[in-house]
Design a protein around this ligand. Structure first.
Ligand SMILES: Cc1cc2nc3c(=O)[nH]c(=O)nc-3n(C[C@H](O)[C@H](O)[C@H](O)COP(=O)(O)OP(=O)(O)OC[C@H]3O[C@@H](n4cnc5c(N)ncnc54)[C@H](O)[C@@H]3O)c2cc1C
Length: 318
């Protein structure tokens, strides 16, 4: 980035640090390979992880100053659904991973957005709350799961989400904290009302039922084992590469498999030999390899079947 751009960001960060009582981890030219499950991507100009209770205040000031200075901010959860480009991310990456925790509320539990899904499922189980077993073993954070309306084992986030607290840094000059009730009708397959908006999800509240702890733990163990057996953790990846289109009538993995594309590779990126809808990094893949592989597979599926596949993985960065 240009010296002026870097100076602008230094000034923003300095102001945030002066005005907020918050410990913060800051790194320049930080490789995004270390912050994504695909382990690819170039550097972020500035990577910032505010730690502890000062997170909302620090983030709010940062989002306001960045907006005033026209510096882009990318909000990062666990990096489990993104491919960062080889050139990296210009501007600031605001990492939510230092904002973690769980609390009991009337209807169930509330989580800070940087809590991982595994931590959230474990916390619910500890307190004998049922409803989040489906998240056990899914990589990523509660914030990312709410944003994506993450789903598996017949359940999605919108089934249990009751409200969120966000910082809206879009329209108004000052970022505003808002509490938004969750309406299932606003969510869809891998769709949430947060997409396309300038919202930092701070907290998410879930309606959960008290249940038998052993039953909850057994369900979580079953889900974690199932993922392990399916090879989810064997290679760096970001889960499903393409969305499953219900109108097609069969899972995307099956379509790709039937075309004989399992194991097909481009550079270090490969269609997993064990699952047609997972792209893996076999070692040393570039983001460009993953992009090219996904484009080739989508084109091949269109040519041979007429089906149009939509990537589920998000491509971010320059
Ligand atoms: C092995 C493996 C298995 C997977 N299995 C599944 C599965 O079964 N079902 C499924 O749905 N997904 C699955 N995924 C994908 C991934 O786990 C989910 O999409 C998850 O919700 C991503 O969360 P994250 O925190 O990593 O989000 P990130 O990848 O960091 O970000 C995703 C998007 O959310 C935004 N975002 C993140 N946090 C916030 C926040 N606090 N406020 C505002 N915006 C935010 C980001 O800006 C970005 O646009 C899998 C991934 C892997 C690696």
């Amino acid at each position: 980035m240009s010296k002026t751009g870097a100076d602008k960001i230094h000034q923003i960060i300095d102001k945030c640090r002066r005005n907020c009582r918050c410990e913060v981890d800051i790194r320049y030219d930080e490789s995004m390979q270390d912050h994504t499950t695909f382990k690819v991507g170039g550097p972020a100009d500035f990577w910032v992880r505010p730690l502890g209770e000062g997170f909302p205040e620090f983030s709010s000031v940062l989002l306001r100053l960045a907006k005033e200075a026209a510096v882009p901010v990318f909000i990062l959860g666990g990096g489990a659904n993104i491919v960062v480009s080889d050139k990296g991310i210009r501007g600031i990456v605001l990492d939510t991973g230092g904002w973690k925790g769980c609390g009991v509320i009337d209807e169930g539990l509330i989580f800070k957005s940087g809590t991982t899904m595994d931590e959230a499922a474990d916390c619910a189980a500890d307190l004998s709350f049922s409803g989040l077993e489906f998240l056990a073993g899914m990589p990523g954070t509660i914030g990312g799961a709410v944003w994506m309306n993450a789903r598996c084992y017949g359940k999605e986030i919108a089934d249990v989400l009751t409200w969120t607290e966000v910082i809206d840094f879009g329209a108004a000059a000052e970022p505003e904290k808002k509490r938004l009730p969750a309406d299932k009708a606003d969510f869809g397959y891998k769709l949430s009302p947060f997409q396309g908006k300038d919202f930092l999800i701070l907290n998410a509240a879930f309606k959960l039922d008290k249940s038998d702890k052993t039953k909850i733990l057994n369900e979580m163990k079953k889900n974690r084992n199932d993922r392990k057996e399916k090879g989810h953790y064997s290679f760096p990846c970001a889960g499903s590469a393409f969305k499953n289109n219900r109108r097609i009538g069969k899972p995307t993995g099956q379509i790709i498999d039937e075309l004989g594309l399992k194991g097909f590779s481009k550079g270090g990126a490969q269609i997993a030999p064990f699952h047609g809808n997972i792209v893996i990094n076999t070692g040393g893949a570039a983001a460009a390899d993953i992009r090219a592989l996904i484009d080739i597979v989508a084109a091949e599926v269109k040519k041979k079947t007429g089906f149009v596949l939509e990537p589920e993985i998000l491509f971010v960065g320059e």
